[in-house]
Design a protein around this ligand. Structure first.
Ligand code: IPM
Ligand code: MG
Length: 371
């Protein structure tokens, strides 16, 4: 199979985690006889520095011309504390989501027994947690009309949804639930918001088409609590843009590290794959960031290409590193391995070089030196 993949490294740790995914994809290509052609494009603060825009037109063209996009991260501290900044790195990711019409963001929350101690939750609550968040990605308050009064003392952000926008992601989420434990929870604030009432009405109207899926409705404030006190009750969570942004960061604590979680953003055309973490500027260039969120996003890209065997091989390689404590600093602050070493190990595993031909001593040599 031959595929064109656009690479949007972005800012902070974006380039170094994405580089590990490329290593792994190259190993997959070699092992299974595929050809992946990569094309890099600018986005975020990096793009602002080089072109003045967080999303140059050329980047959109490169993405539109590709079969899939691998995205790193955007964001830079110099913009975070400057509310007056006219151009912001985040415009890059929001812009590309809109340009590619990526209306559904799929965020699987997986827990790993070897990482349970990292979560503030008790192991008993984490057992059997396996849910996936379907977050609407191109509507709602993120993209509604924004206004700040001339004197700067009043501001508003409009939240709007159309029935069609809700239906298209709801159908995807229902179909996904049918392949899983057949439960869907719509998270909204229908006791207060008109948009949420439209979500509820729209979802209620299509439940009949998916009679094998049990549907539950939950207010977002309660859902935020339920995710902590009883996370295993969830299978597929369907929600609007901003609620999904908030609860997916919350859900990441179930996995033990924000660095672990991948996501796929899909629409009608080219899909985009990105870890859910941000640009983590404090770690940039230090080779300490966790590349698993990006590598697992690359596995979702392989799924999207219909390469299930290859995607499973990547996930098995990830499991193998975790089981053998080949982990980055976020997971083990003392005995940790570098970002690039984890990428090498996973690529080698996919290539069939481990555990046979790689000696433990060689791996030990690449471990961090702790003083
Ligand atoms: C995410 C991020 C983005 C969002 C930011 C970087 C604009 O938090 O992908 O969850 O809010 O959607
Ligand atoms: Mg977020």
């Amino acid at each position: 199979m031959q595929k064109k993949i656009a690479i949007l490294n972005g800012d902070g740790i974006g380039p170094e985690v994405t580089a590990q995914s490329i290593k792994v994809l190259n190993a997959v290509a070699q092992q299974y006889g595929h050809q992946f052609d990569y094309k890099e494009a600018l986005i975020g603060a990096d793009a602002i520095d080089k072109t003045g825009s967080a999303l140059p037109a050329e980047t959109v063209d490169i993405c539109l011309d590709s079969d899939g996009v691998l995205f790193g991260a955007v964001g830079h501290p110099k913009y975070d504390n400057d509310p007056a900044a006219k151009v912001r790195p985040e415009q890059g990711i929001l812009g590309i989501r809109k340009a590619l019409q990526l209306f559904a963001n799929i965020r699987p929350i997986t827990t790993y027994p070897s990482l349970q101690h990292l979560s503030p939750l008790k192991p008993k609550q984490l057992e059997g947690v396996d849910c996936v968040i379907f977050r609407e990605l191109t509507g709602g308050i993120y993209f509604g009309k924004k206004h700040t009064s001339e004197d700067g003392t009043y501001a508003s952000d409009e939240c709007s949804y159309s029935q069609a926008e809700i239906e298209r992601i709801a159908h995807l989420a229902f179909k996904y639930a049918q392949k899983r434990r057949k439960k869907l929870t719509l998270v909204d604030k229908a006791n207060v918001l008109d948009t949420s009432r439209l979500w509820r009405k729209t979802v209620q109207a299509i439940t009949g088409q998916y009679s094998d899926v049990a549907v539950e409705y939950m207010f977002v404030d309660n859902a935020a609590m339920q995710l902590i006190i009883n996370p295993k009750q969830f299978d597929v969570i369907l929600t609007e843009n901003m609620f999904g942004d908030i609860i997916s960061d919350e859900a990441s604590v179930l996995a033990g590290s924000l660095g672990m979680l991948p996501s796929a953003s899909v629409g009608n055309g080219t899909a985009l794959f990105e870890p859910i973490h941000g640009s983590y500027p404090q770690a940039a260039g230090k080779d300490i960031a966790n590349p698993l969120g990006s590598i697992l996003s690359a596995a979702m890209l392989l799924d999207h290409f219909g390469l299930q065997t290859e995607a499973t091989a990547v996930r098995e390689a990830v499991d193998w590193t975790l089981q053998n404590n080949f982990v980055t600093k976020d997971i083990d602050p003392v005995n940790f391995y570098f970002t690039s070493t984890i990428g090498d190990l996973i690529a080698d595993y996919v290539s069939g070089k481990i555990p046979g031909s790689i000696k433990q001593e060689n791996i030990e040599l690449r471990k961090s030196t702790i003083i």
